[in-house]
Design a protein around this ligand. Structure first.
Ligand code: PLP
Length: 455
């Protein structure tokens, strides 16, 4: 079917049939997206990825500052209007009489656990709802029993907060942490062999990203988890950037623990995350905040954190509905389409180096890293902001416990609301930099904060 088959007429017909829509200010973003999705139901995700009329409906679902071009969605993303409105609604409701409504909203979050588990492929009893990937992964990292001399294998390009957490365990308990380095992009085989070769009789844990926050390097999670399990090694996987960006099922990964930031690619309000723990492994992890012994094998033990903003958690339900209204496959295909649009336009230039594997089958979707030979990436980020109002993150390696790497790159991460015009402006800006150079101003751009700014 042709990609232009999604027409204004089909849209009106669908909305009319749904009987819920009136044009104008009252248009509801979730309903619009659902109607748009119904209208393209016969098309492949790749066909819909190119359908600007479809994505226009999605773009309208956000309240944004379009005077800036946000290509740093890897940090956290704006949530759709319908999600934000539900935060306000739940906040107002709870505030009416907190003791009454908070308990009610908290109780109802069991529904969200079930819906999250259904969507992302695990048992609801394996899904804990948290406030972000840092919390999820710190539960796993600090929760596993280790003795002095036991060894953890991770990488130099894992997330700084997680490396810092392992570093603290090393200083406190005398465990050994081996940080592996790898070139980017690396193949799945290279990464597998790297871990395999590093195993010693003392290795107790593998910790690695499903997809790094730097060049979006993808790791072979299932293969590494099988290798680990065959040797009695626990796998803790950092999925901060993965869930919601591209489709997969948690149970297929076969890892033991998997931590996610839902305020990144699921477009949930800031303060949402989840922790998947394989059922048999739940008793092996202690919660970060103490829970009673009777809860040893209950996933809810990881959620016992006292009073916290339940409105934020409740609005996760709406973010999930928005994600489902688009569909995971369509979303991933669009994100990849946007990335390939800028990368294909730039890659032929001899001074352009792309550090993310963009070949088929897909290993990258919304996030990719690019470098211009001969230009400092901090000055490039400053130039993009000053001249074009484009926000993108310069990646520069640090020293332990931070991430260590020897390349420089600009991380570019558009989102489903990004327009083709915004992508093309980025291409134009990069061509301008290639042709005319950039001023040597490396002053950090505050808006271009890397997503490791708190470390
Ligand atoms: C790879 C990775 N892990 C963990 C985190 C921490 O996530 P959060 O800020 O949601 O705690 C991030 C955040 O950017 C990340 O990129």
């Amino acid at each position: 079917m042709k990609s232009d088959s999604w027409t204004r007429r089909t849209f009106l017909r669908t909305m009319g049939a749904a009987g819920t829509f009136a044009f104008g200010a009252k248009a509801r973003s979730l309903e619009r997206v659902e109607a748009a999705s119904q209208s393209v139901a016969g098309q492949t995700a790749e066909e819909v990825a190119k359908d600007e009329f479809y994505w226009r409906e999605v773009q309208l679902g956000f309240k944004l500052d379009r005077s800036l071009i946000n290509l740093n969605n890897g940090f956290t993303a704006p949530c759709p209007r319908v999600v934000l409105e539900s935060v306000f609604r739940y906040m107002e409701m709870i505030n009416l009489l907190p003791v009454h409504y908070q308990a009610m909203v908290a109780g109802n979050s069991q529904t969200i656990r079930r819906r999250m588990a259904n969507e992302f492929g695990c048992d609801p009893e394996e899904m804990a709802l948290t406030r972000g990937a840092s919390e999820s992964l710190q539960i796993a990292i600090n929760g596993i029993d280790l003795e002095a001399g036991d060894e953890v294998i991770t990488t130099e390009q894992d997330y700084p907060r997680m490396l810092t957490t392992w570093d603290q365990r090393m200083r406190r308990e005398g465990i050994k942490v081996t940080r592996l380095q790898f070139p980017v992009p690396a193949t799945q085989d290279e990464l597998y062999r790297l871990f395999e070769k590093a195993i010693t009789p003392k290795t107790k844990v593998f910790h690695f990203c499903h997809m790094t926050n730097l060049t979006a390097q993808l790791f072979p999670v299932q293969r590494l988890s099988r290798l680990a399990r065959s040797k009695g090694i626990v796998t803790i996987v950092d999925g901060a950037h993965s869930l919601g960006q591209f489709p997969f099922k948690l149970r297929d990964l076969e890892c033991d623990a998997y931590g996610v930031s839902l305020h990144k690619w699921l477009l949930a309000p800031i303060g949402n995350g989840c922790l998947y723990v394989r059922r048999e492994m739940i008793p092996r992890f202690w919660p970060l905040q103490a829970a009673p012994e009777q809860q040893d094998d209950d996933i809810r033990k990881f959620e016992a954190i006292g009073t916290h903003p339940w409105a934020i958690r409740a609005a996760l339900g709406e973010a999930l509905a928005y994600h489902q209204a688009i569909g995971a496959e369509r979303k991933a295909a669009r994100l990849r389409f946007l990335t390939l649009r800028w990368a294909n336009a730039l890659k032929a230039h001899p001074r352009i180096k792309i550090l993310t594997d963009l070949s088929e089958p897909a290993q990258a979707w919304a996030v990719a890293a690019v470098n211009i030979e001969g230009i400092d990436v901090r000055a490039l980020a400053r130039f993009l902001m000053d001249k074009y109002r484009i926000i993108a993150v310069p990646l520069v390696g640090g020293a332990p416990p931070n991430q260590v790497f020897d390349y420089q790159a600009l991380r570019v991460s558009p989102n489903i609301y990004t327009t083709l015009e915004e992508i093309d402006t980025f291409v134009e800006a990069m061509e301008d930099a290639l042709e005319s150079g950039v001023p040597d101003d490396q002053t950090p751009v505050p808006e271009a904060m890397p997503d490791n700014m708190d470390s």
